[in-house]
Ligand binder design. Sequence first.
Ligand code: 5GP
Length: 191
Amino acid sequence: MLAGPTAVGKGTVAAAVRASHPEVWVSVSATTRPPRPGEVDGVHYRFVSDEEFDQMIADDDLLEWAVVHKAARYGTPRGPVLEALAAGRPAMLEIDLQGARQVRETMPQALFVFLKPPSWDELVRRLVGRGTESEEERTRRLDTAREEMAAESEFDVVVVNHEVHAAADQLVGLMVLDPEPRQIPPSPNHL
Ligand code: 5GP
């Protein structure tokens, strides 16, 4: 479980894990936000309408979900996670803090990793450098990031994202070394 403040590079680290560690299964989240240039449906996210997201919630298809940055909904489809775990693959979710807290409740045996920027200034630089958000959206994301940074102590492990490939390798090392079997109990609705 990889969480951490916005713009710390969670998405980039998750992409590096996908590219260089095919043995690790990485969850593809559903989201109601529109794709950014270069994002591919089914690869980076499943881009869904508000109605489709409502339906996924109603069907209890999501392991967790949250409204992120007061802007859009994001959630982890439950079925693929259960399949990956049943197949014995190390599984990684890249989610925000609210989602991590939900998974903490339903799947307490998961390993919770907090990805941290080398410094606050570096986080701001990355968010501005990405250039994909409006000024208003950036301010909102920085507000969220400030709150999220305070949650570090809730996590099992902290990885500092100095360099993306090093962070990805460190993360995979933690998953492989982690001796606990990763099992999610089925939700009551799935019994
Ligand atoms: P972005 O819009 O930049 O791709 O992602 C915004 C935020 O949503 C990031 O902090 C990311 O971790 C979070 N996020 C992405 N997928 C999920 C998900 O499935 N569940 C939750 N709770 N957060 C997610």
